[in-house]
Ligand binder design. Structure first.
Ligand SMILES: C[S@@+](CC[C@H](N)C(=O)[O-])C[C@H]1O[C@@H](n2cnc3c(N)ncnc32)[C@H](O)[C@@H]1O
Length: 220
């Protein structure tokens, strides 16, 4: 909620957390009004996230119940206790463990068969992309798999620093403004970027702005 361009990248990431904490009760009211969600859901079922699954940035548990249909157990991490409270009610199960933590600080205490993240990667600044994927690698067992869903969609009124900037503005229903990161990721570029840092992940478009990726480490 500060004037643009006057603070550090860390402050922007703190403001992003503050935005998601504040928006938690009305999160679903801000869902993108596009098709493609069912395609992603089908793709996730076809991927079969079995075994021990780590869900990063779980939010209000949008995907946690679907993960639980396949997984033995799910560890779901998010920086917002408000989101976690909603997720715990939605995905109440003794097979889920919720962890409240900042993913730019958090380190895993074990390894998982699958790492999943929904609508998170586009909120990771470009200069933290490689270190985020290095965290994902540290979370995975050998031959562990990754599935993610996202979009690179930004509206004209969100682009307060212009189209070339990844900093955008979002508002709560009461009009309060926050700056967050939204990288306009594109499936083909993303696939190439991942290949360059040692991942073999196929990124698939849907009929709407959503895309999903599935794969693992390249074994060269
Ligand atoms: C766009 S929401 C996605 C939520 C959910 N995965 C979904 O698909 O609906 C982004 C989530 O990232 C969380 N988040 C933001 N910054 C974070 C950080 N630094 N560490 C962990 N979670 C963070 C927010 O609290 C929010 O729940």
């Amino acid at each position: 909620m500060k004037a643009t361009g006057e603070d550090s990248p860390g402050e922007l990431l703190d403001e992003q957390i503050a935005y998601y904490r504040a928006i938690a009760p009305e999160y679903e009211e801000h869902a993108l009004p596009f098709s493609g969600g069912a395609e992603v859901s089908e793709a996730l079922d076809a991927f079969r996230p079995t075994g021990s699954v780590l869900e990063l940035a779980c939010g209000p548990g949008t995907w946690t119940p679907q993960l639980l249909r396949h997984a033995t157990d799910v560890t779901a991490v998010d920086a917002s206790p408000e989101m976690i409270a909603i997720a715990s009610a939605r995905a109440a199960s003794n097979r889920v463990r919720f962890v409240s933590a900042d993913l730019f600080q958090w380190r895993p205490d074990r390894r998982y068969d699958v790492v999943f993240f929904g609508f998170w990667l586009s909120h990771v600044p470009a200069d933290r992309f490689a270190s985020f994927w290095s965290l994902v690698a540290d979370c995975l067992k050998p031959d562990g798999r990754v599935f993610f869903v996202d979009d690179g969609y930004r509206t004209a009124d969100e682009l307060i620093e212009g189209e070339r900037s990844a900093t955008i503005q979002r508002r709560l229903n009461d009009g309060t403004a926050y700056r967050i990161v939204k990288v306009p990721l594109q499936p083909a570029d993303l696939e190439r970027q991942l290949a360059r840092i040692g991942w073999r992940i196929s990124v698939h478009s849907t009929s709407g702005p959503f895309f999903w990726g599935a794969g693992g480490r390249s074994h060269t």
